[in-house]
Structures are given as structure tokens and as C-alpha cells.
Design a protein around this ligand. Structure first.
Ligand SMILES: C[S@@+](CC[C@H](N)C(=O)[O-])C[C@H]1O[C@@H](n2cnc3c(N)ncnc32)[C@H](O)[C@@H]1O
Length: 297
């Protein structure tokens, strides 16, 4: 995926074309491992993509062939294996995102979800989770929307959790520096209010501290890590498409345990809970597809 920011994050050109493409047999081994560790399901057609992404680990470790890397992974002691699996998943994951992506979701959140939560919730604590947050544009968009509606939450504690399986995107998010396509959809008045343009770098913007401090970034793997509790709103957009049905079912049932009764779940436009979960009901709010938890049995 070509990146339009100054901080290079991903290039699928592959760093060293001298390392040959994965053989079909190697592809099966690696894709099975990736599936077991992350739920990411790679079709056979992804062989070039996976070769290009994995090459980065081979180059970093100075390993000449994929078969050697596979052997190396298997022979690592437990602690080192966990670390290298994380690094492998980091290069394999797809991290496309930008500010105000699917803006209808944010309109629905601002005009209905936030006022409703402010009205019904007794404990003055707002907890929103951007699950699979990538480079931070989604949780920062949420934080901007909350900042714009602080009149609803003047004496509330506000926490926006932002998690991802890829460490490099979390580090990127932490810096909070954006440009180009990533900020194209930010309305000019919002850009002016919540970003600072870098001196000597026109077009490169830093997210402002008052937005930044609302967001807490953590490493989290949907299929290995513990889920947070008592969440008012979950955003889990454009990630379920990478999982098969078994993992989608598992993920959504965990979300049901995390979300409060009055909560809201936002998923991507090309995703659905139809035939995945009966724990949530579909609701259209201001043209945005939203899911709300069904009463607990
Ligand atoms: C395409 S991005 C979506 C970003 C953002 N939610 C959006 O819609 O713009 C998908 C993200 O899911 C993350 N991801 C993939 N598998 C995951 C897993 N098992 N647990 C947590 N995050 C995962 C990837 O690292 C990637 O950053």
C-alpha cells in the first residue's frame, strides 16, 4: 500500500527482490501460522502480497530464504517466538485508514449515541473503544467529535481506548503526525482547531495535545488478548473482512461481553453481522448502520 505521509510505514514493493517469492508450499505454512496467530485469512491469490510483506522480516534478520525464516520461527525459545510472531504480524497486516472515514458513523455518534449515553448513563464515565485502530486516525476522529460535544460531558471522565495488533502503527499513532490523503476529509475549521501545522513542513499536521490526551493506545490481538469491559461505544471497522466466519463469530461474541447494555457497535460499510451474531440488532441511525446489543438472557 503506498503511503502518503512523510513517515514511511508500508511499501509492498518488497525491500529485496533477490529473495524469491514464496513457493506454494511455503505460502500454505505461513498463511496457516498467520491464521492461527491472528485470525487473518489469506487466500491463495495473496501469495505475492505475502511474499513482499514477509521479505521485510527476512531482510531485517538477514535470513536469505523463506524456508529458513520458517525454521527460525519454529526453533525460537518461547519468549523470542512471541516477539517475532508479533513482528511478523506487524508486517503482514493491512493498515489503510484516514480521518473521518465513513463520516456518517461519526454523525450518528454525535447526533444520537453521545446525547443518549449522556442522558441514560448514571456513572459519569464515557468509554469508547477503537478496536483495530491502525495509525490512529479513527480514535483521533472520535476524540475530536467528543471534544466538539464536551457540553454533554462537562464533569465526566473520558477514555478512548485504541488498540491494534501491529506495534508499528501504534507507534505511528502515538506521534500523531499526519498529512496528505490521511487528513483530506478533515473539515478546514476542524483542522485549524485541533491540529498544528509543522513549522518548515507545510501540509504536515500534528494532532493537538487536548485531543491526544483523551486517547490511550495499547497492543491487543482479538484472538489472544483479554477484552476490556464496560464500553459505551465500540468501533471495529474494516477489519472483520480479513477474518473467516468462525473468527468473526468469536470476535462479535466477545464484543457482546465488553459492551454495556445501552452501547453501540459500529462496523465497516462492507461488513455485516447478518448470520454472524444474534446478540446485536441492526439499527439505522441517520443513514449509518449501527448495531445495538440485545437484552441479556
Ligand atoms: C484496515 S485497518 C482498519 C483501521 C480503522 N479501523 C479504519 O476503519 O479505518 C485494519 C487493522 O486491523 C488490525 N488487525 C488485524 N488483525 C487483528 C487482530 N487479530 N487483532 C487486532 N487488530 C488486528 C491491523 O493491524 C490493521 O491496523
Amino acid at each position: 500500500m503506498p503511503m502518503d505521509n512523510n513517515i514511511p510505514l508500508r511499501s509492498d514493493a518488497g525491500p529485496d527482490p533477490a529473495i524469491k517469492r514464496l513457493t506454494e508450499e511455503e505460502f500454505v505454512k505461513f498463511s496457516r501460522l498467520i491464521y492461527e496467530e491472528s485470525g487473518i485469512y489469506l487466500k491463495d491469490t495473496k501469495i505475492t502480497l505475502l511474499s513482499n510483506r514477509l521479505r521485510k522480516r527476512l531482510v531485517a534478520l538477514n535470513i536469505p530464504e523463506f524456508s529458513d525464516y520458517y525454521k527460525y520461527l519454529n526453533e525460537l525459545p518461547h519468549r523470542e517466538k512471541v516477539i517475532e510472531y508479533e513482528r511478523m504480524l506487524d508486517v503482514v497486516s493491512t493498515n489503510e485508514t484516514y480521518f473521518f472515514r465513513n463520516e456518517r458513523h461519526f454523525e450518528a455518534m454525535v447526533h444520537e449515541c453521545l446525547p443518549e449515553i449522556a442522558k441514560v448513563k448514571k456513572e459519569k464515565k464515557l468509554r469508547i473503544w477503537s478496536a483495530a485502530c491502525s495509525t490512529g486516525e479513527e480514535p483521533y476522529t472520535i476524540a475530536i467529535c467528543v471534544r466538539e460535544n464536551m457540553h454533554l460531558f462537562s464533569d465526566w471522565e473520558i477514555e478512548i481506548l485504541a488498540t491494534d495488533i501491529a506495534q508499528s502503527v501504534l507507534e505511528y499513532a502515538h506521534i500523531g503526525e499526519y498529512s496528505g490523503r490521511r487528513i483530506e476529509k478533515v473539515p478546514p475549521e476542524i483542522l485549524k482547531k485541533y491540529f498544528t501545522e509543522k513549522k518548515n513542513e507545510p501540509g504536515v499536521y500534528l494532532i493537538r495535545e487536548d485531543v491526544k490526551k483523551l486517547v490511550h493506545f495499547y497492543y491487543h490481538n482479538f484472538f489472544k488478548s483479554q477484552f476490556p469491559k464496560d464500553i459505551d461505544i465500540i468501533f471495529c471497522r474494516n477489519v472483520m473482512i480479513y477474518f473467516d466466519k468462525k473468527h468473526q463469530v468469536e470476535l462479535v461474541s466477545k464484543f457482546y461481553q465488553s459492551i454495556l447494555d445501552h452501547g453501540y457497535l459500529f462496523i465497516g460499510h462492507s461488513e455485516t453481522l447478518h448470520s454472524i451474531s444474534e446478540d446485536f440488532s441492526y439499527k439505522k441511525i441517520l443513514e449509518a448502520p449501527v448495531y445495538v446489543p440485545n437484552p441479556r438472557r
